[in-house]
Design a protein around this ligand. Structure first.
Ligand SMILES: NC(=O)c1ccc[n+]([C@@H]2O[C@H](COP(=O)([O-])OP(=O)(O)OC[C@H]3O[C@@H](n4cnc5c(N)ncnc54)[C@H](O)[C@@H]3O)[C@@H](O)[C@H]2O)c1
Length: 263
């Protein structure tokens, strides 16, 4: 039987993380690096991702590769995978984490915005995974994790571009899982509201909205990026080597409202 340390030992693994300058992506990079992995960190925010990567290397002593990548551009994703293999010689796991979506009135969107939401939140993950597959197939316990969202499983007309794209992401991950066992595992996280600084406000949440959400969350707080990074590490680890094609909900118990008419 493996010890807990052995199960969560990522030494020698190479993990690509998209959206790695953001709240969740940077924390996942830091945590997986602390467990021994070499992390390929990609984000549109070039300076930010490079600075975070430098800090992580200093903290953990493990190598990183930080790159500016626009995940809506297929060619840039292909180049990222090429550079990762040139530097590290392999790819052991992928965290398809990049994503974002603005608050929009349900019928206030248009074709282009719907397509843009799909390109960033769904197609980015399809392309990154596709380009990594030949390398993942060569690795033991290769694994891919997707950053899904609560709004991708419940009606979410306020975020129609984002919620529709995130719903698609989940079924794409399930399809990849059934077609890729036993070589590569695919699992999604269904993420509840996580503190990501200003990003939620840019997406249209006001402080009042966020305070209101917290009142309903069973655990009475928004998630921290570390809550998600730890769940990602579990799904990528040897502890999860018989888990594929599932969604792990990490949402502080979700938002509960009593059905009593008096409440
Ligand atoms: N924070 C939450 O409450 C929450 C809830 C559910 C799901 N999620 C999902 O988790 C993931 C990470 O969220 P987060 O809260 O860390 O977000 P964040 O806004 O903090 O980070 C997102 C990162 O993506 C980068 N990015 C945006 N467009 C890009 C592009 N075209 N190419 C490359 N990089 C790009 C940004 O520069 C940023 O660094 C996303 O997929 C998000 O949809 C987050």
């Amino acid at each position: 039987m493996k010890t807990i340390t052995e199960l969560f030992d990522f030494k020698g693994k190479v993990i690509i993380i998209s959206g790695a300058a953001g709240a969740i992506g940077s924390e996942a990079s830091r945590f997986l690096s602390s467990l021994g992995a070499n992390i390929v960190m990609a984000d549109l925010a070039e300076d930010k991702v490079k600075n975070i990567a430098t800090d992580i290397e200093k903290e953990t002593g493990n190598e990183t590769l930080a790159m500016k990548v626009d995940f809506t551009e297929e060619k840039e994703i292909e180049e990222l995978v090429k550079k990762a293999v040139e530097k590290f010689g392999k790819i052991s796991a992928v965290v398809n984490n990049v994503g974002w979506g603005a608050n929009t009135p349900l019928f206030g969107s248009d074709s282009q915005k719907m397509i843009d939401g799909y390109k960033l939140n769904t197609l980015s993950a399809y392309n990154l995974t596709k380009f990594c597959m030949p390398y993942l197939k060569k690795e033991k316990n290769a694994s891919v994790v997707f950053s899904g969202s609560s709004v991708g499983i419940t009606p979410s007309p306020e975020f129609i571009e984002y919620s529709t794209a995130k719903a698609g992401l989940l079924n794409m991950a399930r399809s990849m899982a059934v077609a890729s066992g036993p070589e590569v595992r695919f699992n999604s996280l269904i993420i509840g509201t996580v503190d990501n600084g200003e990003s939620s406000k840019e997406a249209g949440y006001t402080q009042e909205m966020l305070d209101n959400v917290v009142k309903g969350i069973v655990m009475k707080r928004r998630g921290m990026p570390a809550d998600i990074a730890q769940a990602m590490a579990f799904l990528l680890s040897d502890a999860a080597s018989w888990i594929t094609g599932v969604e792990l909900t990490v949402n502080g118990g979700g938002v509960y409202k009593s059905k009593m008419p008096t409440s």
